[in-house]
Design a protein around this ligand. Sequence first.
Ligand code: HEC
Length: 153
Amino acid sequence: MKRIFIPLFALTFALAACGKSADDAPTSSSTTQTDPVAAAPAQALKPAAAAATDPVAHGKTLFARCASCHSIAPGKNGIGPSLHAITGKASASLADFAYSPAMQSANLTWDDATLSAYLENPQGLVKGNRMAFAGLKNPQDRADLIAYLHTLQ
Ligand code: HEC
């Protein structure tokens, strides 16, 4: 939420600065071009800078590691169950997927903390489950991937 808010904040600033420049134009037009307050928000609006720090975009890229086994389409299972609307859901809740006995008795809710623990070390959280995935060790990668999973509603 915080990162999404920053560009809006910068935009508000940029608009305010534009308004100010127009108002000031008749008396101080020579100074508005180099005004650092007006210049800084313009840099913050660069699309490249926004993309580099967008957690959802990064998470979507990381999902390539899951896509060989997981579909994001509702009701479409692969080697693993569909991950459509997975956040907040109870574990092993899809009636049409054959979960392992380990996952069936795990009794978890896929909130952010539980997803992070599972994705860091699937066998550590649910011993004996059938997800053949070594784990995502970087905490920022896990957070970004989970941010992406939240969009699959
Ligand atoms: C090699 C295939 C494979 C890969 C790669 C894989 N998974 Fe899985 N995943 C599975 C299987 C199979 C299950 C079911 C496990 C069971 O029943 O024991 C599962 C289960 C899950 C569950 C629990 C679903 C539920 O309905 O309770 C989540 C969440 C999940 N995977 C997320 C991910 C994410 C996110 C990634 C990518 C980082 C990933 N998986 C990568 C095969 C995979």
